[in-house]
Design a protein around this ligand. Sequence first.
Ligand code: GLU
Length: 431
Amino acid sequence: MAVDVEKNKKQDNTLDATLNSIRQAVEMGDLSYEVYEYLKTPMRFVEVGVPVEMQDGRMEVFTGYRCQHNNVFGPYKGGIRFHPAVTIDSIKALSMWMTLKCSLVGVPFGGAKGAIVVDSTKMTIKERERMTRSYVRALGSVLGPETDIPAPDVFTDAQVMAWIADEYSDIMREPSFGVVTGKPLAVGGCVGRNEATGRGCFFIGREAAKALDIPLEDARVAVQGFGNVGSNAAILFAEVGCPVIAVSDVSGGLYNKNGIDIFKLLDHVEKTGFVKGFEDAEEITNEELLTIDCDILIPAALENQINSGNADQVKAKIVIEGANGPTTPEADQVLKDKGILVVPDILANSGGVTVSYFEWVQNNYGFRWDLETVNRRLEEKMTEAFKMVYKYYCEKCVGSDMRTGAYMYSTQRLAEAMHYRGWLSNGTHRK
Ligand code: GLU
């Protein structure tokens, strides 16, 4: 699907919306205004030129960013995306979500995000490799296993992470694989990291259904996006017997009221690359998928998918935000008024960074955990995080939504760490 870069850039108000949510959380939580002062501006924002020798011998210089938002809890942490519609503001907002996410789920990292403004899908693999290495050289010691640890994000994967680990190790003149997570297993990756975000969404969906007294095995699930996050979440819901009645990807959507055979669909996608053309389901559009009659809706594709144009038609009882920022603030309000429980991205998709943390711990120890250990620890972390945030939301955010509850819970933990590190002049709360 072609990306309308200019339109995306014009519509990009994620930073303002994020700052509003943080300010509101600080105010509602009665936290010191200094907490907002720290969170409103990234601690460091780096812009670099990324020269790349292209296949035809020309040099092209791309723009790269790394935003290090806040490190009160530990090294900066967050993905690197290759995308033509990336803006400075969107990277800042994404880095803020990482800070909030790490705080919420209790992993000892700060928040960061990086990007190269490029359509890397049009590049050869060698061009992509040279670009990745050039970006790492440009950033140099901005990164580091105790400083700032990147991970996969939109259009970056384990191979890109391996190039980052290799280039950084060359610069440091020693193997230093803990500089990045989401690596292939052969170079210090962690079993289960690839599936972790989708698996985390499943645990969160399960807990949310429990909280609303919806029997999980009867819950009808719809998943927008059949990439890494969406497909892994769909598999897990299907495995416990939930009818996954709708899925979609860039080629369009599928609907079967009795449930789609996810395993057959995975075979079909492996052969054809897309969900389109799968036989045992009706074709629907991505737009129709979002408004389908279901219990759990998982937007796991792009930003701003549930917006003022379709929010009033959403019929799900629970929305689990697998993607970062799939619901606009206007849509949030509409979903809240309709009584739909929206589990916000900073909680719902935090399984990825949680297993990134496990990977980093194993790299530091030089020791490997097995898949069962990784999945069990992920389940414990996600279940605990859901319960804490849900309880906090029910007790402290009457009349508000779970996103507000999550932001309040997260900023409160950040305030506590800021206080103990001596960053606040007069305690965590307003006097
Ligand atoms: N890019 C993922 C996210 O947005 C993972 C980040 C990480 O593992 O550091 O949460």
